[in-house]
Write a protein that binds this ligand. Structure first.
Ligand code: NAG
Ligand code: NAG
Ligand code: NAG
Length: 432
């Protein structure tokens, strides 16, 4: 290794946590990539090309269509926003014909609506789509540029770099973002480029320097892709699940609900599983013409409440039955929890018989909230049956039934949990 690399390793070892209080719960918002990719053909496809109008439109939709009040706040630019050349001071600049107002103006537009702006860069010689990359010597200037524009979130991709450059570059960018003095959420694609698992990935280091990280393959617009991601995260949950927590999230990639590849059942399944996995709820869809069923799923307050639980404990797959029913579980604040029953079957709705005891719940009495109904008087050994549609889910929110013996403190916790669950309109929303 040359002296430069040795010096850089020295700097990296001084890196402190990017612990700036951001993303105590998983980020929520909208990102361009899965739905709009690298469409830069504004002549023939003006509605869908990557340009400032697209992001302004999405910001307007987030505000006017009820997303923002539910927590969807980030508008995130992905690849293909840049000019092919840096400016004469070596700074990245947006493509002049597609972003004539510049990024600072766009950030202002987004901020004026109470939202936050995210941007994309790539640790390497070029972005994945061939635009200017951020090599090690450009990290500081790029961090400064983004901060000067008022950017609130950086997705730092990893195409066209090697593992040594990544090992240096991701911590350096963390330090450089911190040094700007502007709180910027930092999403690292690093693990996805080195297999996503230890020993290639050091998750405690990642959690020190990034707020979230992409562990695995890009999502595509299909149920196969969603299932493949769920499977990979579940098979590796012993490594991945403990690394998540407030300010540090695994990212199984964007929500594709409202696009072309998922049935209604499958869309519900993605939402439910992303809630269980404490995953970022970052949609990539066309908010201008989303149909009502997709909107209802993405705006489901119970699923959002479960996803945003303040304890921030990622859930796990509990069971895989030979019937191809799987059960997922996530512990929530105030002794509540969420259960998701997922059917991998392809025939017809399946009647699944179980009890909370079989799902490792302690003895006691519980209440369950699902699809608008509350079921009280369930104890751990009560046998029950859920009917799960093919490639669909049933999602439950469960809490201990308040008993006469419940002491005051527990009772307060219980009421607080009901309150946070029923944040907006108490008692009026249904779990998926
Ligand atoms: C920079 O890092 C320090 C130490 O973790 C933290 O207290 C501070 O809030 C960070 N500042 C920004 C702008 O990220
Ligand atoms: C992982 O990174 C942490 C710093 O966050 C360090 O203390 C630890 O030794 C690293 N583990 C390995 C196996 O390199
Ligand atoms: C649990 O509830 C069932 C009815 O659902 C009842 O038969 C059983 O006695 C109850 N068990 C306990 C320990 O309360």
């Amino acid at each position: 290794m040359g002296p430069l690399v040795t010096l850089l390793i020295g700097l990296v070892s001084l890196t402190v946590a990017l612990d700036n209080g951001l993303l105590k719960t998983p980020p929520m918002g909208w990102m361009a990539w899965e739905r709009f990719r690298c469409d830069i053909d504004c002549k023939d496809d003006p509605e869908n090309c990557i340009r400032e109008e697209l992001f302004r439109d999405m910001a307007n939709r987030l505000v006017e269509d009820g997303w923002k009040e539910l927590g969807y706040e980030y508008v995130i630019i992905d690849d293909c926003w840049m000019s092919m050349q840096r400016d004469n001071q070596g700074r990245l600049q947006p493509d002049a014909s597609r972003f004539p107002g510049g990024i600072a103006k766009l950030a202002e537009y987004v901020h004026d609506r109470g939202l936050k702006l995210g941007i994309y860069a790539d640790m390497g010689t070029q972005t994945c789509m061939g635009f200017p990359g951020t090599t090690l010597d450009k990290i500081e200037i790029d961090a400064q540029t983004f901060a000067s524009w008022g950017v609130d979130y950086l997705k730092f991709d990893g195409c066209n770099s090697n593992p040594v450059e990544q090992m240096l570059g991701y911590p350096l960018m963390s330090k450089a973002l911190n040094a700007t003095g502007r709180p910027i959420a930092y999403s690292c694609s690093w693990p996805a480029y080195v297999g996503g698992l230890p020993p290639n990935v050091n998750y405690s280091l990642l959690a020190d320097i990034c707020h979230l990280w992409r562990n695995y393959n890009d999502i595509q617009d299909s149920w196969d892709s969603v299932q493949n991601i769920i499977e990979w995260f579940s098979q590796n949950q012993d490594e991945l699940q403990p690394t998540a927590g407030p300010g540090r999230w695994n990212d199984p990639d964007m929500l594709i609900i409202g696009n072309f590849g998922l049935s209604l059942e499958q869309a519900r399944s993605q939402m439910a599983l992303w809630a269980i996995m404490a995953a970022p709820l970052i949609m990539s869809n066309n908010l201008r013409n989303l149909d009502n069923s997709a909107r209802a799923i993405l705006q489901n307050k119970a699923a959002i409440g479960i996803n945003q639980d303040p304890m921030g404990i990622q859930g796990r797959r509990l069971l895989q039955e030979t019937s191809h029913i799987e059960v997922y579980w996530r512990p929530l604040s105030y002794s509540a929890s969420a259960l998701v029953f997922l059917s991998r079957r392809t025939d017809m709705p399946f009647l699944y018989h179980t009890s909370l005891a079989k799902l490792h719940y302690d003895a006691g009495n519980y209440e369950v909230f699902f699809t608008g109904k509350t079921v009280a008087g369930l104890n751990a050994s009560t046998e029950f049956t859920v009917s799960i549609n093919p490639s669909g889910v049933v999602m439950w929110y469960i809490y201990p039934e308040p008993s006469k013996q419940t002491d005051t403190l527990d009772h307060q916790h219980y009421k607080a949990s009901r309150f946070s669950f029923h944040k907006a309109k108490p008692g009026r929303h249904a779990v998926l």
